[in-house]
Ligand binder design. Structure first.
Ligand code: 5AD
Ligand code: SF4
Length: 357
């Protein structure tokens, strides 16, 4: 971020209004300039959402998927993957342990698995809401509006449906049979139904440019997402993108930091994907704007089969009982603390985020 290019004060005062060109320049910043971007994002995070870090416990309850996304290990055509579905009882028990360990949001995540109909999911959500005082995030992909309505009526609070990339051509190429338009339409339905929506995307996809990345930020801002998960693309040898280069740590951190500047009040996770390509990934993300960590609380025998990409960090971790205290310690060691509330967004702790110093 060279002051001679764009003028740092302009960025400081109008970071929520950054133009596409501003964002591209920030993405291209290096050395001291990118350090300054990170520091600014950290200050914006402190003023926008405070020092609390929210734990969202993910239950990966099925690795079946009908889609064939080129980048993802759960793709239908990957026959090297052993598939599983957790039973309702197993899911409820996992949630019980997670809630007992202090998790205030349960994320129900799976591939696109039609076995879990809207009705089944709604019953599960209702049961979870009856038993625990936790927020429920659902992340089961593209569904009908009536399925979404059922889930919302059952008590689901949030829905995570990542845009993945804001480039419509790249999107259609990487996600056969689906379109960016269809994705955006669903995000709008979800909003209309009263969900808090989460989006996000991958950094370093083959064919992606800084222009596309800037569009990603602008799309998340336009959608006023409550949450945005930004992580590096990690090539998976069981997919058609096996030979592609992966996303890099620094570009991912710059995307995260810019997302924070334009969305001071959003929930931005230190993603598992970033932690999977760098041992200090989560800590670095927490210093560049992130305020959420999503520990994987799936039972060990299943989580090792949720192989979206290789070396997923949680695979090396143990069960919930051990992993939550470890993540909590990492958060404290980073000079932050674990939030006790549900962490719904939209309630700014500070109204003056324009001039983060
Ligand atoms: N690298 C990084 N993230 C991936 N995802 C899928 N495949 C990969 C990969 N190879 C992410 C996508 C998707 C979620 C299931 O995981 O963002 O939303
Ligand atoms: Fe299925 Fe989602 Fe993976 Fe695509 S990214 S193959 S929809 S799990």
């Amino acid at each position: 971020m060279r002051t001679s290019h764009m003028g740092a004060p302009a960025v400081l005062e109008n970071s929520r209004q950054l133009s596409k060109e501003d964002i591209i320049r920030l993405l291209q910043s290096e050395g001291k300039d990118s350090e300054r971007l990170f520091a600014l994002a950290d200050a914006t995070r402190a003023r926008g959402v405070g020092d609390a870090v929210h734990l969202r416990g993910i239950i990966e309850f099925s690795n079946y998927c009908v889609k064939n996304c080129l980048y993802c290990g759960l793709r239908k055509d990957n026959n090297r993957l052993e598939r599983y579905r957790m039973t309702t009882d197993e899911i409820l028990e996992t949630a019980r342990v997670g809630a007992g360990a202090g998790v205030r949001t349960i994320v129900l995540q799976s591939g696109e698995d039609p076995f879990f109909t809207g009705d089944i999911l709604a019953r599960l959500i209702g049961e979870l809401k009856d038993r625990h005082d936790t927020a429920i995030t659902v992340s089961v992909g593209e569904r009908t509006k009536s399925d979404y309505r059922l889930m919302r009526k059952a008590g689901a609070d949030r829905y995570l449906l990542k845009q993945e990339t804001a480039d419509p051509v790249l999107f259609a190429g990487l996600r056969p049979g689906t379109t960016l338009e269809g994705r955006k339409r669903r995000l709008l339905w979800l909003k209309e139904l009263g969900f808090l929506i989460g989006s996000g995307g991958m950094v370093g996809l083959p064919g992606q440019t800084v222009e596309t990345l800037a569009e990603d930020i602008l799309l998340m801002r336009d959608l006023s997402v409550e949450m945005a998960g930004i992580g590096p693309f990690i090539p998976n040898s069981d997919t058609p993108l096996a030979e592609c280069a992966g996303g890099d740590v620094n570009m991912t951190l710059k995307m995260l930091a810019i997302a924070r500047l334009v969305m001071p009040f959003a929930h931005l996770p230190a993603t598992t994907a970033l932690a999977s390509i760098h041992t200090e990934g989560r800590q670095m993300a927490l210093r560049c704007g992130a305020n959420v960590v999503m520990p994987d609380i799936t039972p060990v025998q299943y989580k090792k089969l949720y192989r979206i990409y290789p070396h997923k960090i949680s695979i090396a971790e143990d069960g919930v009982i051990e992993s939550i205290p470890r993540v909590s310690r990492m958060i404290l060691d980073s000079g932050r603390y674990v939030a006790r509330d549900h962490g719904h967004g939209g309630k700014p702790v500070s109204t003056d985020c324009k001039t983060a110093k």
